[in-house]
Design a protein around this ligand. Structure first.
Ligand code: NAP
Length: 287
């Protein structure tokens, strides 16, 4: 049995899609979720839905009963994640889970990004657990940007602190496919993959691509990190999260979300989705 945590999230749903596409029977897949009521569509397809709240260790203990291979999708609750992820690792140990995959961040062990600290601690907890593991060190999702296209078209600009830094973005689906590969294939135990798109892009190139395809001019406006943080606070993000995001954005300027690794391409066995295609899909979805 394969279990995927965070399976009601964007990435988790795509991992389950890719598992099923790879021929795994729905009855061999467990969607381990905080909110089972959000997963009725998965249950309708024959996937077993079990309650698994990172903050409630007893739910994790029962959710992982009989699970051989587990994917821990990092929690979206930045600041709470070391404890939450430790709870998952402990429940995996308790249930003799044979393999644990984890969605981390590029170069988690050496990255100076504030965002990387919780991933680094989680990677250490996984190594300490003794469970055979694969670390999927994901770069940025292209959707971080395509989900802002409406707003960028309205305002005529993307804003950030990335300066001219290059971003090895890939779509969630490509990262999800890589996760499905390591969950269904032998031979990835102990591997640490640095995952990013084949074609890195700058924010200026993103703005040019959106302008070209939409026919509406959009520019990239670079801001000092503290001003960008304030923009994020002004649109409603909590102060602490805004700080972590602005720190990541200025980390882009220093190359911390860029990789020359082709691990993602190699794992999924095809080129990653280019920015132009992701932008085209996002614009088509608006129509
Ligand atoms: N690489 C990147 O660019 C990037 C960008 C954003 C996030 N991330 C990271 O990647 C993860 C997956 O991305 P995503 O797009 O799928 O995020 P998402 O759509 O926000 O999904 C997050 C998932 O985490 C679950 N979750 C949150 N708190 C939980 C808890 N206490 N117990 C159990 N589950 C909990 C949510 O459950 P509910 O459905 O119940 O809310 C949801 O299923 C994120 O959580 C974050 O760590 C990466």
């Amino acid at each position: 049995m394969i279990a995927v945590t965070g399976a009601t999230g964007n990435l988790g749903r795509l991992v389950i899609e890719h598992l099923l596409d790879r021929g795994v029977s729905p009855s061999d897949v467990v969607a381990a979720v905080r909110s089972p009521e959000k997963a009725s569509d998965l249950a309708d397809r024959g996937v077993e839905v079990r309650k698994a709240d990172y903050d409630e260790p007893e739910t994790l203990s029962s959710a992982f009963e009989g699970i051989d291979r587990l994917l821990l999708i990092s929690s979206s609750e930045v600041g709470q994640r070391v404890t939450q992820h430790q709870n998952v690792v402990d429940a995996a140990v308790e249930n003799d889970v044979e393999f644990l995959g984890y969605t981390s961040i590029l170069r988690a062990d050496s990255s100076p990004l504030q965002m990387a600290a919780e991933h680094k601690a989680t990677e250490e907890a996984i190594r300490d657990s003794g469970i055979p593991f694969t670390l999927l060190r994901n770069g940025w999702y292209i959707e971080n940007y395509t989900e802002q296209i409406d707003q960028a078209l309205d305002q005529g600009a993307f804003v950030g602190s990335a300066d001219g830094g290059r971003i090895s973005g890939a779509t969630r689906s490509d990262y999800a496919e890589a996760a499905a590969v390591v969950l269904t294939e032998d031979g990835h135990e102990g591997d640490v993959y640095e995952l990013g798109g084949d074609e890195a892009f700058t924010m200026e190139e993103l703005a040019e691509e959106v302008s070209r395809q939409s026919g509406t001019e959009v520019v990239y406006q670079d801001l000092p990190e503290d001003e960008y943080k304030q923009v994020l606070v002004d649109v409603g993000l909590p102060e602490g999260y805004a700080e972590v995001l602005a720190d990541s954005d200025s980390g882009i300027a220093d190359g911390h979300l860029y990789t020359e690794s082709d691990d993602l391409h190699q794992l999924i066995g095809h080129r990653t989705t280019p920015l132009s295609e992701a932008v085209a899909d996002a614009l088509a979805d608006r129509d």
